[in-house]
Design a binder for this molecule. Structure first.
Ligand SMILES: Cc1ncc(COP(=O)(O)O)c(C=O)c1O
Length: 324
C-alpha cells in the first residue's frame, strides 16, 4: 500500500493554465455553472436561473467534496492513520467519493450496502478497489447501517468512520468550497440559493457562507414531499433520523417535491437544455421554479448534484419513453 499523501499536498491547487493537477483529489470543486434559459415556465425576464454542475467533480458528484474534507480532517485529527481502513455504510455518491479519495491517498475503503443496490454502484465502487460488504436487501439502508456498526464494534481500532450525518467537516466542505465559488461565479449577485437535502451538508455549509456575505440571500431546501419516494440521495426530514448537522432554523424555506414532478423535470432538462441530470437535480429545479415564479428580479443558483447517466439502470429512466 502506498503511503498516504500529507494533507498539505492534497490541498495544493494547480496554479491553472496547462499545469497538471498533482492528484485527482485536486480536481474536486471549482465546478462550472450554467444558465438555464429554456426551462423557465413563465418566469419573469428579470430572474436568472443558474445550475451549478457538481457532476463535473472527478467522482461524478457533489459528495466528492465532503468525502475529501472528512478524510482530510480525519488525517489532521490523527483519527485516520496508515494501516486503518475507511469504513461507512453508504451505497450512494458518498461511497463513490470515499472510494475515490481513499484510492488516491492509499487508504483501504470498506463500504457496507444492501445487496440490491444498482449494478452501476457496485461496479464503480469495486473499480476504485474498495471492498463491498453486502447487507440484507430486505432491511434496506437501515440494515447496512446496523451491519456497519457491528463491524466497527467488533474491531474499533481498525477503522475510521467518517459519519457524514454528524461530521462538521461535511458542511465545512461547502462552507469553504461551494459557497465561495458561487459567490465568485455570480459576482456577488446571488439572491436565492436552492439545494435538495440528504445529509443537508450542501445546504447548511453553502447557506451559512452565503448568509455571511449577505443576510438577504434566501436559502431554500427541496425535500421529498413524503416518506415513500424515488429521489435517491434525499431525505424527508419529518420521517427520518434527523442528521446531527441539520439545523432547520438556518433555512428560509423548505419545499416538498413529488417524485413524478422531479422525474419529469429531469426529462425536460435533458430535452430542452441538453443536460442529462440526476433526480435530485429535477427536484431542486422544480423548487427553484416555484420560487422564481414569485419574483420579478433575482439571481437563483440551484445545485445539480450529479448527472443522470449514473442512474441508467434505475426507475428514473423508465418514464421518459412515455413522453410525447
Ligand atoms: C444525488 C444526490 N443529491 C443530493 C444529495 C444531498 O446532498 P447533501 O447530503 O449535501 O444534503 C445527495 C447526498 O447524498 C445525493 O447523493
Amino acid at each position: 500500500m502506498p503511503p498516504a499523501a500529507p494533507v498539505e499536498q492534497s490541498r495544493t491547487r494547480p496554479p491553472g493554465g496547462l499545469v497538471a493537477a498533482r492528484s485527482v483529489i485536486d480536481l474536486i470543486g471549482n465546478t462550472p455553472m450554467v444558465e438555464l434559459r429554456a426551462v423557465r415556465d413563465g418566469v419573469a425576464e428579470g430572474v436568472r436561473l443558474y445550475a451549478k454542475l457538481e457532476g463535473f467533480n472527478p467522482g461524478g458528484s457533489v459528495k466528492d467534496r465532503p468525502a475529501k474534507r472528512m478524510i482530510e480532517q480525519g488525517i489532521a485529527d490523527g483519527k485516520l492513520v496508515a494501516g486503518k481502513t475507511i469504513l461507512d455504510s453508504t451505497s450512494g455518491n458518498t461511497g463513490i467519493g470515499l472510494a475515490m479519495v481513499g484510492a488516491a491517498l492509499g487508504y483501504p475503503v470498506k463500504l457496507v450496502m444492501p445487496e440490491n443496490v444498482s449494478v452501476e454502484r457496485k461496479k464503480v465502487i469495486g473499480a476504485y478497489g474498495a471492498e463491498i460488504v453486502y447487507s440484507d436487501p430486505m432491511e434496506g439502508s437501515d440494515g447496512a447501517i446496523r451491519l456497519c456498526r457491528k463491524i466497527l464494534a467488533d474491531d474499533p481500532e481498525r477503522y475510521f468512520k467518517p459519519d457524514q450525518y454528524n461530521n462538521p467537516a461535511n458542511p465545512l466542505a461547502h462552507y469553504e468550497g461551494t459557497g465561495p465559488e458561487i459567490w465568485a461565479q455570480t459576482e456577488g449577485r446571488i439572491t436565492h440559493f436552492v439545494a435538495a437535502i440528504g445529509t443537508s451538508g450542501t445546504i447548511m455549509g453553502t447557506g451559512r457562507y452565503l448568509k455571511e456575505r449577505s443576510r438577504a440571500i434566501q436559502v431554500i431546501a427541496a425535500e421529498p414531499e413524503d416518506a415513500f419516494h424515488g429521489l435517491e440521495g434525499l431525505k424527508h426530514m419529518a420521517s427520518s433520523i434527523v442528521p446531527g448537522i441539520y439545523h432547520e432554523n438556518e433555512l428560509d424555506q423548505k419545499l416538498g417535491i413529488g417524485t413524478d414532478d422531479a422525474y419529469n423535470m429531469v426529462y425536460r432538462i435533458g430535452r430542452e437544455e441538453g443536460l442529462i441530470v440526476g433526480q435530485s437535480c429535477g427536484a431542486a429545479y422544480v423548487a427553484a421554479l416555484q420560487v422564481a415564479r414569485t419574483l420579478t428580479q433575482g439571481t437563483i443558483v440551484v445545485i445539480f448534484p450529479d448527472f443522470g447517466d449514473r442512474y441508467l439502470s434505475t426507475n428514473l429512466w423508465l418514464g421518459w419513453q412515455k413522453l410525447p
